[in-house]
Design a protein around this ligand. Structure first.
Ligand code: RIB
Length: 310
């Protein structure tokens, strides 16, 4: 994974942009509880934008399609994407709605809870996707999540599928998915809770063969289940294996999943095997937990390379 051998793949992301409003606290509140926390911070976030920025930092050429409000947060998120080198001409600013925000609490162990108020993300339309279709059909890989409307996800996936573009879905936040969407996906990357919801089996999150179960249930060729500090389970037509995580001192898990998805996608687009792509994902996810915030925590290619060679 030397820098000089890095091929520049084209990745298109259809997804959300949120401003993250983060409070650090000794523990996560339970229902009805008020917790006296520590510092407060705002960070650029949103699963879509996080994955776009993460892929760009790893050396990919990235375009993003999404919506923000015509407000301060929206302008900040847009400027940030530009700074990160993400092609942002398909980010539309709407005057009648606020930019998406995420209310995040992070505890002393780095675990979090997140509530997303989607705002403009919920108003992304099939017409927006049609207007930006070339960004999808000319890409090598399309990255999708579930913080934008399902009909938009379906339409973008169909355009990519018909054009022979690899479609990777990170089904977060969790929801059951109709078979017509599943049939358009080449690779799905849920965490264990999202996997259990895909399977419609709430107790399945602890199952040893979760990736195989998701593969059998969805018919998707490549399934990666991220398991946090335990690593990731991979199931493909050729293999079923577990790839361990890298032990790190985690201080904030926010966007670790997004770092994983982006690193996996960039590695695959660079011609690496699915196993090696999961190794990239595990390393990027681990590194992201060692810094606070969503996008500030996403590793650059040089950091990932150094970490994998240690
Ligand atoms: O995956 C982390 C992200 O989820 C945060 O940045 C937040 O905005 C929510 O979308």
């Amino acid at each position: 994974m030397a820098q000089e051998s890095l091929y520049t793949p084209a990745i298109c992301v259809v997804g959300s942009l949120n401003m993250d409003l983060v409070a650090y606290a000794p523990h996560l509140p339970t229902a009805g509880e008020t917790v006296l926390g520590g510092p407060f911070a705002t960070y650029p976030g949103g699963k879509g934008a996080n994955q776009a920025v993460a892929a760009a930092r790893l050396g990919a050429t990235v375009a993003m399609i999404g919506r923000v409000g015509d407000d301060g947060f929206g302008r900040e998120l847009y400027a940030n994407l530009i700074r990160e080198g993400v092609a942002s001409q398909h980010i539309i600013a709407l005057s009648e709605v606020a930019t998406g925000v995420a209310l995040i609490t992070v505890d002393a162990e780095g675990q979090n809870t997140i509530v997303v108020a989607p705002g403009a993300n919920a108003l992304l339309t099939v017409e927006d996707i049609n207007a930006a279709a070339a960004a999808i059909t000319s890409a090598q890989t399309l990255l999708l999540q579930l913080e934008t409307p399902l009909d938009v996800v379906r339409h973008a996936a169909a355009l990519a599928h018909d054009a022979g573009v690899t479609v990777i879905l990170n089904p977060a936040p969790a929801q059951p998915l109709p078979v017509d969407i599943l049939n358009l996906i080449d690779c799905i990357i849920p965490n264990e809770h999202e996997a259990a919801i895909l399977l419609d089996q709430p107790d399945a999150a602890d199952a040893k063969n979760l990736a195989d179960m998701v593969r059998a249930h969805t018919g998707i060729a490549t399934v990666v289940v991220t398991l946090g500090a335990r690593g990731a389970a991979l199931a493909t037509t050729a293999l079923s294996t577990m790839l361990p995580a890298h032990p790190v001192h985690a201080i904030d898990a926010t966007a670790a999943g997004d770092a994983f998805v982006a690193a996996f996608a960039v590695a695959l687009a660079n011609g690496h095997s699915t196993e090696q792509a999961v190794r990239w994902g595990n390393a990027a996810g681990a590194l992201a937990t060692t810094k606070t915030g969503a996008q500030p925590s996403l590793p650059k290619h040089s950091e990932l390379a150094a970490f994998l060679h240690d």
